[in-house]
Write a protein that binds this ligand. Sequence first.
Ligand SMILES: [Zn+2]
Length: 266
Amino acid sequence: MEPFKYSESDQLLKISKWIKESNVSLLAGFTTKEDGFSKGDYSSMNLGFHVGDVKEDVVRNRAHLSNKLNVPINSMFFINQIHSNFIKEITKKDLQKPFHSEELQDIDGIWTKEPRVLCTLQFADCVPVYFYQPDIPVVGIAHAGWRGTVGSISKEMIQSMAKAGVDPKTVQMAIGPCICGDCYKVDEKVISQVPKQFNHTYQKTNSEYKLDLKRLNFDILVSAGVKKENIISTDYCTSHHDLFFSHRRDKRTGRMVAYIGFGFDK
Ligand SMILES: [Zn+2]
């Protein structure tokens, strides 16, 4: 069953199983390109400043998301992603900066153990990997394009979150909407970075390769000690489906947001 459930009322995808079972008022989901204010290539719910859209429209879209989620805009933490495997724990202190000051942060994974801090990362084909340890609780997200994935950003996240008590044997994980193994064509340079033990995650066709980033992330998580039964994975492909912006398909395009946090009013 698809773990990311589309909600007609607010046009967001939500990790319904986690939310239903949560007793910590969890918010966890993924935005779509529907129901925003941006125009043209960014029509309409573009949440990224760095892609060439009109700044005022992005500000309006972020305010609109804040209303939909019923989360104050100054509780939402945005960062500048650089395809690294750098991780940061965020606290309420980090929220004291204006919500659009993401250029201050060059990282690709964030997590928090504080309530009312919403972790957000921006996507258009790369893999959003969600982390949730409900019994503490601790939440986080990583941005795993091919560089982050082969750089083992998910393993780095688990190691970083271990200082808050996160245990790979019990952590809940979700792999969110991203480009699928049919759509993601890459060259030899990328494939040469994929560790040999995971060579079943790509196929060679003529002079190019098709890489299944979802599968690669799944298998890296399992090799990091995460239990298969604790990983849920979406069937949505951002490049196949017109609910989403896709960098591969559209070139100039917007960004969706993956979000997770707890302790918010329903
Ligand atoms: Zn696809």
